[in-house]
Design a protein around this ligand. Structure first.
Ligand code: DGY
Length: 340
């Protein structure tokens, strides 16, 4: 006798490999949002009713409303992301719902982008490109200090958060000849030292836990934001942080927009408190109108949350999310599960 199938909701079309895995799973029946934009909330709430699993993106909030709409049979949320700040973990825990995510698939892609944004912001990539596209090049022939910026060689690189992506970024920056790295994590300093010691043996440069954010801001030529968004990290990079940074330093954010206070960043750029910024994420994304004050800052390069956007990575995220979903339904081990 054929046992009953699990009802599943999938909030986006997946890259092909994930889509095939989903279609081949004989124990599920799924409904899927078909448009290439975040699904309507009403659609999600309506289709979640009676679902045992939901595969969703970072654009969908997982909160009490969704869990209640689904009902008590809901077993698993599989998020197509490394970040889980869109998920209310305590609600999942109290309802015994498992949470899968894709932290290992996108490390390299995000670290690549961190390096790109570091170099772009130091070497004024956005500003240079804008001048060429605006037809200004004929008025600004080559000159010794045209669009010159600070070097990566000899830089102290400070990391806010020192997880997989930050460490992979550091490894990529070593061959550029950086002089020193500092990192700040939620672990106390000595525990952080014990935890990370050995990880970068042979790097040939000092890699040290910082006392506090002030040390990261004060000492770094490049600050890379790679921590999770939590109530403690919201606006961690605010007016005080930016005022403590060196005038020749750049800020790179590859984590979540609200960790950086946008108004404070605009002011710091306007007043030349820092040299520049490279952002993959920003508060209130994607609702950044063309006349936003941040976009008027020549020394700020902003890209639209493309950290993990290489095709192989997105394929892998898709297959891992489907595997997590199926494992959650079947009571098996996930590829990556958040301990709630
Ligand atoms: C994630 O998966 O959380 C990233 O922000 C996507 O690039």
């Amino acid at each position: 006798m054929m046992s009953r199938k699990y009802n599943v909701v999938v909030t986006r079309q997946l890259p092909e490999a994930g889509q095939i895995l989903l279609q081949d799973a004989s124990d599920i029946e799924f409904v899927q949002w078909t448009e290439d934009r975040p699904c309507d909330r009403d659609w999600l709430l309506q289709h979640a009713k009676g679902a045992s699993g939901i595969l969703l993106m970072l654009t969908e909030k997982v909160n009490e409303e969704l869990i209640n709409a689904a009902g008590p049979q809901l077993k698993v949320i599989a998020s197509f992301s490394v970040g889980t700040d869109h998920v209310d973990r305590s609600i999942l825990k109290s309802h015994n719902i498992r949470l899968g995510y894709t932290p290992t698939a996108l490390t390299d892609a995000c670290a690549d982008l961190a390096v790109m944004l570091t170099l772009m912001s130091q070497r004024r990539g956005g500003e240079s490109l804008r001048k060429v596209l605006d037809g200004q090049w004929p008025q600004m022939p080559w000159s010794p200090l045209l669009l010159a910026g600070p070097p990566i060689r000899g830089a102290t690189v400070g990391f806010l958060g020192f997880g997989r992506i930050a460490q992979a970024t550091l490894k990529r920056l070593l061959p550029f000849g950086i002089a020193r790295a500092l990192y700040l994590t939620s672990r106390p300093r000595e525990r952080a030292r014990e935890h990370y010691i050995g990880l970068l043996d042979g790097s040939g440069i000092p890699v040290e836990p910082a006392q506090d954010w002030r040390e990261v801001a004060r000492e770094s030529d490049v600050v890379i934001v790679g921590c999770a968004l939590t109530p403690q990290t919201k606006h961690l990079v605010g007016p005080e942080f930016l005022a403590t940074m060196k005038k020749r330093a750049v800020l790179v954010n590859i984590a979540r927009g609200p960790i950086v206070d946008t108004d404070a960043l605009v002011k710091a750029l306007e007043e030349e408190q820092i040299f520049g910024a490279g952002l993959d994420v920003v508060e209130n994304e994607p609702n950044i109108p063309a006349d936003h004050a941040l976009l008027k800052q020549e020394r700020c390069i902003l890209v639209p949350h493309i950290g993990s956007a290489n095709t192989e990575t997105r394929e892998q995220m898709a297959t891992e999310s489907v595997r997590n979903l199926l494992a959650g339904l079947r009571g098996e081990n996930m590829v990556n599960e958040v301990v709630l």
